[in-house]
Design a binder for this molecule. Sequence first.
Ligand SMILES: Nc1nc2c(ncn2[C@@H]2O[C@H](COP(=O)(O)OP(=O)(O)O)[C@@H](O)[C@H]2O)c(=O)[nH]1
Ligand SMILES: [Mg+2]
Length: 400
Amino acid sequence: MEIGVVGKPNVGKSTFFRASTLGRAEIAGYPFTTVEANRGVAFVRVPEPAAELGVEPNPRNSFTAGGYRFVPVEMIDVAGLVPRAHEGRGLGNRFLDDLRQAGALIHVVDASGGTDEEGNPLKPGEHDPREDVRFLEEEIELWFFGIFKRNWEKLARRVQLAGESFERLFQELFAGLGVREAHVKEALREAGLSPEKPAQWSDEELFAFTRSLRRRAKPIVVAANKVDIPAAEENVRRLRDEFTHARIIPTSAMAELMLRELAQAGAISYIPGEGSFEILSTGSLSARQKKALEIIKKKVLERYGSTGVQQAINVAVLEVLGKIVVFPVEDEHRYCDGEGNVLPDAFLLDRGATPRDLAYRIHTEIGENFIAAIDARTKRKIASDAPLKHLDIVKIVTRK
Ligand SMILES: Nc1nc2c(ncn2[C@@H]2O[C@H](COP(=O)(O)OP(=O)(O)O)[C@@H](O)[C@H]2O)c(=O)[nH]1
Ligand SMILES: [Mg+2]
């Protein structure tokens, strides 16, 4: 699972999730699309390489629209978070279980300031959404801290008496939380703590370490939502002033949902992430829908450039998680698979992934029979252990 949509109740998480995952359930290779209501497929938007190569694409695991390729990424609509969830309050445990699986979080906040800390409605501007950002980070950190604390004696014993590596053991014990060895190393360095004698760490030290680790294991993009409400503009500025290191993306999930629904119904043409739409003469819009579109155009698109939903997903996956998109092909001259489908698949890989990693990602058998890789643009060989680049088109050469 790549992205968890999180936040307190009533900020627009489900609207964000529905807008992001609307339609396209038919794309290949995503068996979980119908498994649970709160899990779905969202899409990262990248330039369509077929356009640059002058060929017509036949996407299979992804789709193409408006000169962009939309690459699938798993998304989960996490149960609403209320204060003290880490103690099991509200849907606390369900929340934390969902969270466990997410690589990056999109934290939806009501930037209009129209919901209190429990999610009850207020007048716009009555609540300061900066509190929500502080609160969510702290809640996750307290939850991590509780889990580490409960396991600390065992961990310290194995490190100090059995001589096991702190970093490796830590990763092993907490892999279920999404913790990686690199996260542990960086967090140790940032907190200035020594891994040799964990038994001597104070609670303050453990908490400092936990905080550094959380930033890496559960990085957060803030979707400052409901920007169609005027009170949000000031709050977006405040959020950016206070959280200078975080990515704050102004969004209107409601606007995105409406645009996608009307596009699906054939009433407008709209490419997710764009700053404009077009009313189709063939469609039929009610007077109310026309009015709503006018408001979306004025209050959201013209003011912020887009609804922000696509941008939040892109930032979470490509910038915060640092993923790259790679297109495998079997024929490097025609850019197609064995059946002649041009640029059929687009895969998200970790930055630093090699041609060999790509081969294994396509199929274990292809990985096992990997011989070499060819850059389809230049027709040159790529070293099997050299990192692939974002938007590479790659032919994998296999034995047999
Ligand atoms: N004005 C405005 N309202 C929104 C937006 N996104 C969601 N809402 C509304 O906020 C309320 C709560 O939305 P929902 O998605 O159910 O929130 P959740 O509890 O966080 O999942 C609903 O009435 C939505 O229509 C938005 O971008 N702008
Ligand atoms: Mg909801």
